[in-house]
Design a protein. Structure first.
Ligand code: NAD
Length: 257
């Protein structure tokens, strides 16, 4: 296979596992050099050892802390001096209704899911400005375009991130920085394991609503490589006139009712 993103410099936040891992593998296979910015060290190191230590490195970062994001960009500046693609992928979910949600937990989700993409984009800006093909890609969610019961902080953060995508697209177009988002549906990752340890997919309500009544038209869970393909598109020359968009990669969930 031709490597179509040869020598591109990429940061993937939350790249140690799940969707981020899928993005790292895809962009690595396309020839990119990658920094995984994640709080989980061991998983990242295992992933890097299974791929290529020369092409992928790890920078341990707690993205809920502004100072750590600044250090990530200082590390990137020293390593590469510029940045082609910033993939704001890291996210957490707490799963509460309004009545049960504490402000502390709400703030924690907002910090990782909405403040971190803002801060990463802000501090990466001088590096992106030095690239010939700069892109920012947000990993959002179908929960950012509709309300999903019992997940208020997450839904709110993802909705904000989808509009942040539009705002940054408008603001950064003059710098030729394209900003888009990929909104996954139900994807098989550790995040899809519920508080009781079950995968959503295995529950009776999921089988009823999404399979029996065909609210998930494609009838299967998505996988990280399904999302990585859309991320590749937004990194590639094929999307060079696309900005401010959110591509829903959800097996058709958002198209049914
Ligand atoms: N899995 C799904 O069904 C699904 C659906 C829609 C959207 N998404 C979004 O996709 C993205 C990736 O989700 P996933 O399913 O791969 O989740 P995941 O939990 O498997 O992976 C998330 C990664 O982010 C990292 N992370 C979390 N908090 C961090 C912090 N404070 N600092 C640094 N790293 C941190 C974790 O260590 C982990 O490696 C998230 O933004 C999520 O909201 C996932």
């Amino acid at each position: 296979m031709d490597k179509r993103l040869q020598n591109k410099k990429v940061i993937v936040t939350g790249g140690s596992r799940g969707i981020g891992e899928g993005i790292v593998k895809r962009l690595y296979n396309e020839g990119s050099e990658i920094i995984i910015a994640d709080i989980r060290k061991e998983l990242a190191e295992n992933l890097i050892n299974s791929l290529d230590k020369n092409q992928i490195s790890f920078f341990q970062t707690d993205l809920s802390k502004e100072e750590e994001i600044k250090k990530l960009m200082e590390f990137t500046e020293k390593k590469w001096g510029s940045l082609d693609f910033l993939i704001n992928n890291a996210g957490i979910e707490d799963g509460y209704t309004l009545a049960d949600q504490t402000y502390e937990s709400y703030r924690k989700t907002m910090k990782v899911n909405m403040d971190a993409p803002f801060l990463c984009s802000k501090y990466a800006l001088p590096l992106l400005e030095k690239s010939k093909t700069p892109r920012i890609i947000m990993i959002t969610s179908i929960q950012g375009i509709r309300g999903y019961k019992g997940n208020i902080s997450y839904n709110t953060a993802k909705g904000g991130l989808i509009n942040m995508t539009r705002v940054l697209a408008v603001e950064l177009a003059e710098k030729n920085i394209l900003v888009n988002s990929v909104a996954p549906g139900f994807i098989n990752t550790p995040l899809s394991v519920m508080k009781d340890g079950n995968l959503e997919w295995d529950t009776d309500w999921f089988k009823d609503v999404y399979l029996k009544y065909e609210k998930l038209p494609m009838g299967r869970y998505g996988h990280p490589d399904d999302i990585a393909g859309a991320v590749y598109f937004f990194c590639s020359e094929d999307s060079k006139y696309v900005t401010g968009q959110t591509l829903l990669v959800d097996g058709g969930v958002s198209s049914s009712f």
